[in-house]
Write a protein that binds this ligand. Structure first.
Ligand SMILES: Nc1ncnc2c1ncn2[C@@H]1O[C@H](COP(=O)(O)OP(=O)(O)O)[C@@H](O)[C@H]1O
Ligand SMILES: [Mg+2]
Length: 286
């Protein structure tokens, strides 16, 4: 079985906005982070991979199949789990009913087998106790977990998670990491985020997207190393820097092209992210 996704020259435009501009990617098993500021094109990319949206041009092969072909698309949908950034829930469904309904859409036709699977995923995200509660009566954190639970149904080979940690408190975030890092059978997991901590904690590979273009593709460690030699500190602010800010100890940290003799600092993944995504990244960080 071919467990990978391949994109070649994938482009999606909204009017004059290039949400994705000739994206080439091959992604295999394991957790890959899709890191980028707001408006980078992350959701557009995940929607294309979830077969919700078709690209304007370019080729896509998902799990060895062509999403433009109806039979292939059905097969892809059976094998994928998608946690949208803003799930449209049926507010009057109970938690159990909603996940059961997604199971029906995924064509798990045997009722008792499907119900077992619903109970398994609800237990996995710790929602068993509210299984009979209506969705409209859930807290925000519970809704995020419900969105994750339905994506985990039937052990997908391709798991797409759009900003899954947004709005979670630190404890919920740890629980989320535990669930995603311990999935059996090593599915292809693509997780979008604008937080570098998620990438460091979970991802073996990181793709930085900005303005619809892939700016970096590699390990979190190589990403950090890409900033080496481009970070320095000084007692005075250097206006030649791309970006600079005052740290807790009163010194200024700068990124960009350091002047001769600058005191170089150890780079972090945040420095690398700022260098790659530029000012767009700051609008999210602030
Ligand atoms: N349905 C849409 N109609 C018009 N513009 C859109 C639509 N969806 C996304 N865009 C635009 O495409 C760009 C990428 O958006 P999106 O994929 O949502 O980025 P991200 O998820 O990284 O924040 C943004 O400029 C956004 O405003
Ligand atoms: Mg988005």
């Amino acid at each position: 079985m071919n467990n990978s996704i391949e994109l070649e020259g994938v482009t999606k435009r909204y009017g004059s906005v290039h949400a994705l501009d000739r994206v080439d990617l091959t992604i295999g098993s394991g957790i890959t982070g899709l890191l980028g500021p707001n408006g980078a094109g992350k959701t557009t990319l995940l929607r294309i991979l979830a077969t919700v949206l078709a690209p304007d041009s370019g080729a896509t092969v998902l799990l060895g199949r062509d999403p433009a072909m109806s039979d292939d698309r059905t097969e892809i949908r059976r094998r994928l789990g998608y946690m949208p950034q803003e799930p449209g829930f049926y507010r009057n469904f109970t938690v159990f009913e909603f996940v059961d309904y997604v199971g029906i859409l995924k064509q798990i036709t045997d009722r008792s087998q499907r119900h077992d699977e619903v109970r398994r995923v609800l237990d996995h995200v710790d929602l068993t106790e509210v299984a009979r509660r209506k969705i409209k009566a859930l807290s925000g954190g519970m809704r995020r977990r419900l969105a994750l639970a339905q994506a985990l149904l039937a052990h997908p080979d391709l798991l797409l998670l759009d900003e899954p940690t947004a709005g979670l408190d630190p404890e919920q975030r740890l629980r989320f990491r535990a669930v995603v890092s311990q999935l059996p059978n090593r599915p292809v997991v693509l997780l979008s985020t604008h937080q570098t901590e998620d990438v460091v904690a979970l991802c073996e590979r990181v793709i930085v997207l900005a303005s619809g273009v892939v700016r970096f593709d590699g390990t979190p460690m190589t990403m950090t190393e890409a900033a080496r030699g481009r970070v320095w500190t000084a007692t005075e602010q250097d206006i030649g820097a791309l970006l600079s800010w005052r740290m807790g100890d009163g010194k200024f940290r700068h990124i960009g092209d350091p002047p001769a003799g600058a005191a170089q600092a150890e780079p972090t993944i945040d420095d690398a992210y700022l260098l790659l995504a530029g000012r767009d990244a700051l609008t999210v960080a602030s």
